[in-house]
Design a protein around this ligand. Sequence first.
Ligand code: PRP
Ligand code: MN
Ligand code: MG
Length: 179
Amino acid sequence: MDSAIERVLLSEEEIGKRVKELAEEIRNDFPNGDLILIGVLKGSVIFVADLMRAMNINVTMDFMAVSSYGTSSETSGVVRILKDLDFDIEGKDVIIAEDIIDTGTTLKYLYEYLKARNPRSLKICCLLDKPARRKVDIEGDYVGFRIPDAFVVGYGLDFAEKYRNLPYIGVLKEDVYKK
Ligand code: PRP
Ligand code: MN
Ligand code: MG
């Protein structure tokens, strides 16, 4: 285990099992496929890659880059769009894939932004949900795990751009982010 990690919250096995279940749920709702999966850079990258491979239906992928945290550990509340979609989503079934809903700022903004482009359907799939931190009203349609209010990293989630490559989700030691 990485020395910056206090404890493992979700093991690689637990995550893998749950991602397959989420893929199955989505496949049941969209049996004909033709989905556009939108990953939110960069935190969702690992999740999107695993989710789409577990889906077994036609999906295309696209990415948005938005950031509200920068290198700080607190959200600024302002969402910046750094990269927009490559494709038109009008009339399409679209799922936004996120690693985590924390305050909800990022997803709320993105949801409204994409909704305005008139997709046929727009859903939210997030691996983690931290309801204790919510500041705006937004919920995932497909949620992997509801987690307590701890600073988590790994499986795409970073602290100051580090730890995204951990195969598990771990709680970061306090002295690492308070220094
Ligand atoms: C993190 C995380 C979510 C968002 C959740 O992204 O990946 O996208 O914050 O927080 P919120 O619900 O309070 O908006 P971040 O802005 O750190 O960028 P990153 O994905 O590149 O790490
Ligand atoms: Mn993110
Ligand atoms: Mg981040």
